[in-house]
Each structure stands twice: as C-alpha cells, then as structure tokens.
Design a protein around this ligand. Structure first.
Ligand code: FE2
Ligand code: FE2
Ligand code: FE2
Length: 166
C-alpha cells in the first residue's frame, strides 16, 4: 500500500523540516532579522503539527510501555551500532567536527537508553518515575535527572548551558 510508505516519508520530511527551520530561525535571530526568525519558528511549529498528525495516522503512538520499548530500541541501535560506525568513518575521513557531533550523540543516546530502561520498569509496574527535575545540555544534549553538574560530563559545558525541561 503506497499510503503507508507515504506516511513514513511525510513524517520523516516534516520532522526534518521542523529541525531545519529551527536552525534557520536561530541564524535569522543572530542576523537581527526578528520577523524572519518568527516566520521560521511559525513554519517549524506547523511542520510539527503535520509530523505528529502523520505519525498518529501511521499508528506510531501505542501504549506508554510499548512506546518506551520502541524508544529504548531506537536509542540502543544508535549507540551500539549506528554511531560507532559513523564515528569510525568520520575518523577515517578526518572529519573532526562530525566525529565530535557523533560522539556527543552516541554518549547521550546511551544515557537515554538507561533512562528509558528505568522508565520502562516503572511503567510496567503501573507507576510513574519519581518526581525530579530533568535538564538538558544545550551543547551536547546530555540529559540529567536531578541537580545539574557544574560541568557537563560529556562536553565540558558550564552549568548555565543547561535548560530544565518542563
Ligand atoms: Fe508541513
Ligand atoms: Fe536519544
Ligand atoms: Fe554537554
């Protein structure tokens, strides 16, 4: 059925457009083009609406236990298979910026894998995780439950570069 494949392709494209426009908005902001930045952020928000609608129609959202399993599988694939290969290839090709970007992501996906594992244990027992703050390093994506460290253990960024997730 073409529609199932089309939904997958449209979900991927809309998701990517969202992140691309977000990056473009930051550049427009840095250029002092506030209204153009706003337009990029508006379109980015609309692409998120489209991506989520396609994903829902695809049947991508299941129970939270199933969603946690799918999320953990994805993280496991990324840090165990995908990123190690990408890191090795970036090193072979001397692409230092790509190597750092891949290594940051690889380290953080392993942490996500563990955090999803804990969440899965709780959800399977019919519980939520214990209440705690969760913060993300804006430089590398390091995700920390509880107090923010003085220095990011993955990229070395200072604590002011962390954003608490609401
Ligand atoms: Fe769209
Ligand atoms: Fe991740
Ligand atoms: Fe970091």
């Amino acid at each position: 059925m073409a529609t199932a494949e089309n939904l997958k392709a449209a979900f991927a494209g809309e998701s990517q457009a969202n992140r691309m426009y977000t990056a473009f908005a930051r550049r427009a902001d840095a250029d002092g083009l506030k209204q153009i930045a706003k337009l990029f952020r508006a379109a980015a928000a609309a692409e998120t609406v489209h991506a989520l609608a396609h994903f829902r129609v695809m049947g991508g959202v299941k129970t939270t236990v199933e969603n946690l399993k799918a999320a953990q599988d994805g993280e496991g694939y990324e840090f165990k298979e995908m990123y190690p290969k990408f890191v090795a290839e970036s090193m072979t090709e001397g692409s230092r910026a790509a190597e750092i970007s891949f290594k940051h992501a690889m380290a953080v996906e392993e942490i996500h894998y563990a955090l999803y594992g804990e969440a899965l244990g709780a959800a399977e027992a019919g519980r939520d995780l214990p209440a705690a703050s969760i913060s993300v390093c804006e430089v590398c994506g390091y995700t920390v439950v509880g107090p923010v460290p003085d220095k990011c253990p993955i990229c070395g960024a200072i604590r002011s570069r962390f954003t608490e997730v609401q």
